[in-house]
Design a protein around this ligand. Structure first.
Ligand SMILES: [Zn+2]
Ligand SMILES: [Zn+2]
Length: 246
């Protein structure tokens, strides 16, 4: 299994999980043409697209995906926000606390705390084991068992945000918005510490803020807190997400 990151952050999100014979897309936040290019224009391997919520950096191109025959799983409000009926072909409205099987991927959806309804996922596949996907949430109280890989938001650090507000680079109102919508470095650490990470092979930090993050520091601090390999998501990054690395 390979993780291929097409983009991550407020400008757009899209992550591909590519097995030998199947591809699962997470988020419809980049143009379909970019997805096609990344998978050699072979859409036949794509089993589904999962979309967490309706913000445009996650769902902006959902219509293109659906129109090209990619079955897309999302909350019904996500389809409705794009003026698409949730009953249309290639749309599957999903609900939190439910499991879904797509190809050999087993997906479990759960609610997270954003300013609009938003889902987190665990995604299980024989080639990768269990993957946690968590973004656009102020916190998460769940503990998951048997995780093998973690993709988790690490949006901003209080100290960087404070300095930006003092320097006039960010409006003071940003503090309030970020507090209730996105994950601060210490929150990311706390959520990871609530998980059994014994078998985790990869921690990938996603959705870093353009101005209020510090990639190098985030990687170092999470690595020190967990003792695991940590990466920060970058456009075009590919990571080995197999259950066994060899
Ligand atoms: Zn977002
Ligand atoms: Zn959002």
């Amino acid at each position: 299994m390979q993780l291929h990151i097409l983009n991550s952050g407020s400008k757009g999100n899209c992550y591909l999980l590519e097995s030998e014979s199947e591809i699962l897309i997470i988020e419809a936040g980049v143009k379909l043409s970019e997805v096609k290019k990344a998978i050699d224009f072979d859409l036949s391997k794509v089993v589904t697209c999962l979309c967490t919520h309706q913000h445009r950096d996650h769902s902006g191109y959902i219509e293109e995906f659906i129109n090209s025959g990619i079955t897309t799983l999302a909350l019904d409000v996500v389809f409705i926000s794009h003026l698409i009926s949730p009953n249309s072909s290639y749309c599957k409205a999903i609900e939190p606390n439910h499991g879904y099987k797509v190809g050999n991927f087993k997906v479990y959806a759960f609610s997270v705390s954003h300013d609009i309804p938003c889902l987190g996922f665990t995604i299980d596949h024989p080639e990768s084991g269990k993957i946690l996907f968590l973004t656009d949430t102020m916190t998460c109280d769940y503990s998951f068992t048997g995780l093998n890989h973690i993709l988790i938001e690490c949006n901003y650090a209080d100290s960087v945000l404070d300095a930006n507000i003092k320097a006039g680079k960010a409006p003071p109102s940003m503090r309030h918005r970020l507090l209730s919508t996105h994950m601060e470095l210490e929150t990311t650490k706390k959520i990871i510490s609530n998980q059994d990470i014994t078998k985790v092979r990869n921690i990938v930090l996603i959705h870093l803020s353009d101005g209020n993050s510090n990639e190098k520091r985030f990687i170092e601090e999470i690595q020190a807190a967990t003792g695991k390999p940590v990466s920060a998501a970058k456009k075009g990054m590919k990571l080995n997400f197999s259950l066994n690395p060899f």
